[in-house]
Design a protein around this ligand. Structure first.
Ligand code: CUA
Length: 325
């Protein structure tokens, strides 16, 4: 289950701080925010007061000429040039230091490749140093992790609010951020760059866990085809197939029909005929999704999975569908 990024009870506040970096980031954010509030009050407050206090009351009275000696005040002007200059240089230096901190990983970091994509579906894919490919990312406590980020197609943005880290995923280029996993837990990952119809569903989970749990998880994912078919099917649904972006399993509507209760049912098709939702209907819908569209989903834009999912994988998905009563 994907956790919420923000605790509902503290939704006004920022998400939890899952790293030391997040705490430092929030300090800088607070300085910027409350500094802006301070200067807003100091500047706009007197301005409002003067505008009211010294407004022109009598329309007939001629405007008073500015006295000759009142042209400028060098001391005040210099003050108001150098004070903001120092303030913005401090903020620049501080921000630059934190940016370097977030993007230059220590040499002993474990590198995980992150790829954003919209085909076959909107999703994040993670590749570990041993070649294991997964749809959610687990990391062990006690070793820095570097994400090497790219995209297969268009601009995405790899965003983990609890880590206060966000980086564009750009086709044809690698970008990166790193962090030191400390607080165990499951944290939301978003795509923070609008990338098409199912952008809002392009989510994943970052799980921080002890080394032993991480290694067990990685081992299970090295070859998911060894799992019972229904469990493997769920992994394909969430991961490799990315079906989750367009098909819910709880009956809620998305771009495509929910899978809940579909198995064995009789489907109304867009052309007015019907079809039984069985093995061959699933196989055909995966390989030629435009052929027998369900009623109400005439505008579905699903791509063919030919060459992406083989017959064994489709069978696993079918076994998973059977569990969604
Ligand atoms: Cu990928 Cu938005």
């Amino acid at each position: 289950m994907i956790p919420l990024a923000v605790d509902a009870a503290t939704a006004f506040q920022l998400p939890p701080q899952a790293t030391d970096y997040a705490a430092r980031y929030d300090t800088l954010f607070s300085v910027l925010f409350w500094g802006s509030v301070f200067f807003f009050v100091v500047l706009i407050g007197p301005m409002t007061y003067f505008a009211i206090r010294y407004r022109r009351k009598d329309d007939d009275a001629p405007a008073k000429p500015t006295p000759h000696e009142l042209t400028h005040n060098t001391a005040v002007e210099l003050f108001w040039i150098f004070v903001p200059l120092v303030l913005v240089m401090v903020l620049f230096g501080w921000g630059y230091y934190q940016y370097s901190d977030a993007t230059i990983a220590p040499a002993n970091a474990m590198t995980i490749r992150v790829t954003g994509m919209i085909k076959p579906s909107w999703q994040w894919e993670f590749e570990y140093p041993d070649g294991t490919v997964t749809s959610e990312v687990h990391v062990p406590i006690g070793r820095p992790v570097k994400f090497l980020i790219t995209s297969k197609d268009t601009l995405h943005s790899f965003y983990a609010p609890a880590m206060r880290l966000k980086m564009d995923a750009v086709p044809g280029r690698f970008t990166s951020w790193w962090f030191e996993p400390k607080e165990p837990g499951a944290y939301q990952i978003f795509c923070a760059e609008y990338c098409g119809d199912a952008h809002s569903q392009m989510r994943s989970v970052l799980v921080v866990e002890p080394k032993e749990a991480f290694e067990r998880w990685l081992g299970e994912n090295a070859d998911p085809s060894k799992l019972p078919p229904a469990e493997w099917g769920r992994k394909i649904y969430e991961g490799k197939g990315g079906c989750v972006a367009c098909h819910s399993i709880d009956g809620s509507p998305r771009v495509g029909p929910s899978w809940k209760g579909l198995w064995g049912s009789t489907r109304m098709l867009a052309d007015g005929t019907t079809a039984v939702f069985d093995e061959n209907y699933v196989m055909e819908s995966v390989y030629e999704p435009q052929k027998k569209k369900a009623k109400g989903f005439e505008n579905g834009f699903m791509n063919s999975y030919k060459g992406i999912l083989d017959e064994r994988e489709i069978h696993a998905i079918i076994e998973f569908m059977k569990t969604l009563k």
